[in-house]
Design a protein around this ligand. Structure first.
Ligand code: RFL
Length: 407
């Protein structure tokens, strides 16, 4: 297929049909889809390979996303080593409430740490499918996106020389802090934002999980969450003021708050361990509409951020990547424009569905600690309905699993 000449190692201008900016789950999945169809592409990344293979983040993957990876030959390790999760547990007013969402729907979650997925994707792309990738780049810039000859330039960290890569299409997959979104000219897209006004202290503890499933604790002192990552590492969250300093959270304070907020009759003791990550996330979201401009197609966090309240961001990044990868193959290998034409609208339907669920869930997690007895009362009513009504339970389970957005 389209194999335009390129000179990957010279300082001269190079040419690839597709340049992918960013080697996260979105960019690497697109790269793998293109390489499987023999479409040449180049991935440009500002960090080192070692760094992206270790960066801790997500862990919860929806079943449809795993099936999508599997169909593209990208889930062998995930299916062999990922954990299957079928239930979660809500704790409030001193009691535990199990919620078996797989029993209600027939679908489940996988837990597989994002660094392991990125490691699998980069190995498959670069080492197995022979994809071109450059790490540690500086000053990446996008040019002439509204022409049919866009390009991307960067500074090589070793030589300090500036390189330009010409292409037919640019996939902007450089996450929330990348440059692709900023390349949209003013007025070409609408960026809507939502600030939850809430912080979460995100923690990784060197300790085995303290429960056999995800736990959500709704407590007057604030929300707390428990999520297994591996037999050795567990993620915890503690609601905190936005902008709080992680240094305000000593080891002793963290474990004391977790014990209080996740405490419930009959709950297993928390297994404590060294805190290997401690950072404050200010909960906010944004959506860029449309997700395209000229020859630039945004995917993943570059196009939309979903506060990690509902563990949806990486799932959305993969959804975009499946659509954009297939659409680029359609366009470049078969001359079919329909996938690229419909790309933004097809992504945004799931994006908005997940944004709405995150807001709904945020109220359920944070209402009890809002200091407003009326909000606390409605939150508890919402929880009782979810746990007591089979139809309300099913509606929640479908959204939790990302099933409603299929329809
Ligand atoms: P990524 O993963 O941020 O990758 C973008 C890549 O682009 C690089 N980059 C650049 N490259 C070239 N030029 C530039 N100018 C560049 N600027 C940046 C970056 O170094 C990086 O390698 O974006 P992508 O691919 O869109 O993937 C998005 C997901 O990473 C993100 O949505 C999730 O991590 C969100 N998230 C979760 N999502 C889930 O689906 N389930 C979860 O359980 C879950 N837990 C989480 C999360 C995010 C968290 N944080 C840190 C916000 C838990 C946490 C704590």
């Amino acid at each position: 297929m389209t194999s335009l000449p390129h000179h990957s190692n010279s300082g001269a201008a190079q040419r690839f049909p597709v340049v992918i900016v960013g080697a996260g789950p979105a960019g690497l999945t697109i790269g793998n889809i293109l390489r499987a169809a023999d479409v040449d592409c180049l991935v440009l990344e500002t960090e080192s390979r070692e760094f992206i293979e270790r960066r801790p983040r997500a862990g919860v993957l929806e079943e449809w996303a795993v099936r999508g990876l599997d169909r593209r030959g990208l889930a062998a390790n995930l299916l062999a080593r990922g954990q299957v999760h079928t239930e979660c547990e809500f704790r409030f007013a001193g009691r535990r409430h199990r919620f078996g969402y797989a029993e209600l729907t027939g679908y489940h979650h996988y837990v597989y740490p994002q660094p392991l997925l990125v490691t699998d994707l980069v190995r498959e792309y670069a080492d197995v499918r022979g994809g071109a990738i450059r790490f540690g780049l500086r000053d990446v810039e996008l040019h002439d996106l509204d022409s049919d000859r866009p390009s991307v330039s960067y500074t090589d960290p070793g030589s300090g020389r500036r390189h330009t890569v010409h292409c037919d299409f640019v996939a902007g997959c450089d996450g929330a802090r990348g440059v692709s979104r900023d390349a949209l000219p003013p007025g070409s897209a609408r960026v809507s934002r939502h600030d939850y006004g809430i912080g979460w202290l995100a923690l990784l503890a060197e300790a085995p999980p303290s429960n056999d499933c995800v736990v959500f604790g709704m407590h007057p002192r604030g929300f707390a969450g428990h999520m297994a990552r591996s037999p050795e590492v567990t993620r915890y969250y503690l609601q905190c003021p936005p902008g709080d300093d992680p240094e305000n959270w000593s080891h002793a304070r963290v474990w004391s708050e977790l014990r209080q907020r996740l405490g419930a009759a009959g709950a297993p003791r928390l297994t404590e361990g060294r805190l290997i990550e401690k950072r404050v996330l200010d909960m906010h979201s944004y959506v860029v509409e449309p997700m395209t401009y000229g020859r630039l197609f945004l995917a993943g966090d570059a196009a939309h951020l979903t506060a990690p309240i509902a563990a949806k961001g990486m799932n959305l990044a993969l959804h975009d990547a499946f659509l954009l990868g297939d659409a680029l193959v359609g366009r470049l290998a078969k001359g079919d424009r329909s996938g690229l034409d419909g790309y933004s609208a097809a992504c945004l339907s799931r994006v908005w569905d997940y944004q709405e669920f995150s807001q709904w869930l945020s109220e359920m997690y944070h209402g009890v600690s809002s200091g407003d007895p009326h909000r606390a009362g409605t939150t508890l009513a919402r929880l009782r309905r979810l746990l007591g009504s089979p139809s309300a339970g099913l509606a929640f389970a479908e959204q939790y699993l990302g099933m409603t957005a299929h329809r």
